[in-house]
Design a binder for this molecule. Structure first.
Ligand code: SAH
Length: 356
């Protein structure tokens, strides 16, 4: 079964022609999937019934099924979905004042073992296909705005859900290309940000790609010693190497492209004044100008951490800023429904959760 939701317009035309149909049918189906955001052939009533019947035999219009949907006090929605082979996929819709954000997953589970992240506890189940990445966006958009309805102010996408996007690089880039098609979802790369824990070769590769998504790097610690402990991927690509690649990337930035660092704030672990100075010095030593987003830790029962108190976060921020590092504090969203950063672990318990 070919999942047509993961094909580019050109691939879909080729697929349709192989089945003895004219090219315009391919364009029509691409529009039905990616622009009208339909999830089954049966809804494509402008296709001849016989063609729909033949499509059913070799292809599918969607593969993910929605298992549950959780609504946060702050309006954030978490979708827990299942793949055709019964693996969990999570997507988060975050309503915002100016432009809403959809946070998608690149893998089911995650192979990295960051000690502060709940997703790590799942391990890697498998990487998602381009179709499974795109379907997450379609599901979230349809739920938020209505099937096929345009988001009134557009939508931002962030690849900050479960998984390490740069260990599923090809599918990620393919999905962003398909989503950029003006006859489809038409979400341009400029509206997409992907986050990596530091897969250095792929950072270098992204630097060479035209029409690429924006980049975010999860730092989490200002020294190799601490980063080795919190983010074991650091043993493979230590800070000097990572920040060297970041500098190369920064040099390729074009106007309007965004490049940021994320720093999870763990109470009493990586949030001291000394660590703020180390972080600022590290970035300055590598001549990096990207801004830093401080993310107060989102607690989750088995994780041995607490978020840094607000006053600590402010102090940390002011030290960074005093050394010329632009710093922002991220407001946590959807904590109450296990939808915040680092909380995606296919949690289904409904105690205190408003499922709908
Ligand atoms: N694997 C990629 C994509 C996940 S992004 C990456 O690491 O960048 C998830 C972001 O949330 C990362 O910046 C990560 O450092 C942060 N994070 C993980 N667990 C968290 C938690 N419990 N609280 C707050 N932020 C967390």
């Amino acid at each position: 079964m070919t999942n047509l939701a993961g094909l580019s317009q050109a691939e879909l035309i080729a697929f349709i022609e192989e089945h003895g149909e004219p090219a315009y049918r391919g364009r029509q189906i691409f529009g039905a999937l990616q622009h009208r955001r339909l999830r089954s052939f049966d809804e494509m009533t402008d296709l001849p019934k016989a063609l729909r019947g033949r499509l059913h035999e070799t292809a599918t219009a969607s593969t993910l099924t929605i298992e549950s949907r959780y609504l946060s006090e702050d309006g954030t929605r978490r979708f827990l979905m299942k793949t055709h082979d019964n693996l969990p996929v999570e997507t988060v819709f975050i309503p915002e004042e100016h432009r809403d954000t959809i946070c998608f997953s690149s893998q089911s589970g995650c192979p990295l073992q960051c000690t502060f992240c709940l997703t790590a506890q799942l391990g890697l189940l498998r990487s998602l296909t381009p179709g499974e990445i795109i379907e997450q966006i379609i599901i979230a958009l349809n739920d938020a705005y209505g099937v096929g309805e345009k988001p009134p102010r557009g939508a931002n996408l962030v690849g900050m859900g479960a998984g390490e996007p740069f260990l599923n690089f090809e599918s990620l880039i393919k999905a962003t290309r398909i989503m950029a098609d003006p006859q489809g979802l038409f979400i341009v790369p400029h509206r997409v940000t992907v986050s990596t824990a530091g897969v250095v070769p792929r950072i270098r590769e992204l630097a060479t790609i035209p029409d690429r998504p924006n980049l975010a790097i999860s730092l989490g610690a200002p020294t190799n010693e601490m980063r080795d402990e919190l983010m074991p991927i650091n043993k493979k690509w230590p800070l000097e190497e990572l920040l060297g690649a970041c500098k190369e990337f920064e040099e390729t930035l074009k106007p309007g492209e965004r490049f940021t660092f994320e720093y999870v704030m763990l109470d009493g672990v990586n949030d001291s004044n000394e660590q703020a100075r180390q972080l600022a010095n590290l970035l300055n030593r590598h001549d990096l100008h990207a801004k830093v987003n401080l993310i107060p830790h989102n607690p989750a029962a088995p994780l041995p951490y607490q978020p840094s108190p607000a006053t600590r976060v402010e102090m940390f921020k002011s030290i960074l800023e005093s050394k010329g590092v632009r710093t922002f504090v991220r407001r946590p969203r959807g904590r109450d429904i296990f939808a915040a950063c680092g909380q995606l672990a296919a949690v289904t318990q409904t105690a205190g959760l408003r499922a709908s």
